[in-house]
Write a protein that binds this ligand. Sequence first.
Ligand SMILES: Nc1ncnc2c1ncn2[C@@H]1O[C@H](COP(=O)(O)OP(=O)(O)OP(=O)(O)O)[C@@H](O)[C@H]1O
Ligand SMILES: [Mg+2]
Length: 266
Amino acid sequence: MSTRNPVVLKIGGSVITDKDGELSPKTDVISRIVEEIFNSEIGNLILIHGGGSFGHPPARQYAIKEGLKEDGQKIGFAETHHFMTVLNGLFMDALIWHHVPSISVTPSSCILTENGRIKRFDDQLLVMLMKMDMLPVLYGDAVLDTKLGFTILSGDQLAAHLALRFNAERLLIGVDVDGLYDADPKTEKNAKLLAHLTLKELKQLRDSMHEPASGDVTGGMLGKVNELIPVVEKGIPIQFFNASNPSYVFKVLRGEKVSDTLVEKE
Ligand SMILES: Nc1ncnc2c1ncn2[C@@H]1O[C@H](COP(=O)(O)OP(=O)(O)OP(=O)(O)O)[C@@H](O)[C@H]1O
Ligand SMILES: [Mg+2]
């Protein structure tokens, strides 16, 4: 059993799916990332993945994040959760194929939110898995909510929650761009990669960011940064890196240098 505090790794839906499509997995990328996790020989890891083109389109179509307002949304809630289990199944297939002892922990079966925030999380099972050196795998999901009926729990909120709950050694955020930029690198071709940010600088950057107009229902990079600020406040370093780049997941897990963004409190 490992005695080190866990490393929390979130692999964005932007990496493992084509977010411009619907139900468009990148199975070759999933397989490569899993191989890199296996080869890194890292113990004590918690893995979370996002929704990409599986979770976001039905969540947006049926306004699941806003909660239950009419019966017609119920099938959308069911569909969003189901599509996430399908994407998660692809990840689990690859993990088992690569002989990684990993178990999927379904968020909607052990987490209850209140107004969109995690209120109850029965994580005893997760603790047991970690004690047994097995890899828990969680994901952004459609969950039940005490006030809203149901809502969307982002993989980002989950990653922040778990990093804080288990006092993670570091939180690794894999996306499809090299890190945090001074503007969205997909729309601003002169955007500059920010190699290092303090908490104060991260908050300043947050204030200049915008919600995505379409696609991501949990606020895109702005939502992510908002979720992650409390993690930095607690003194846990966060690395934003490009998980679409071959070997980056391996290198980051091994603590090797890549072109990325490191956020630290001071
Ligand atoms: N200042 C910024 N720096 C870096 N990326 C940014 C910035 N502003 C916007 N982005 C966009 O944020 C995107 C990543 O966030 P997004 O929520 O879309 O992906 P994700 O979280 O990986 O996916 P999912 O929510 O499905 O897990 C990048 O593809 C990039 O275009
Ligand atoms: Mg997102």
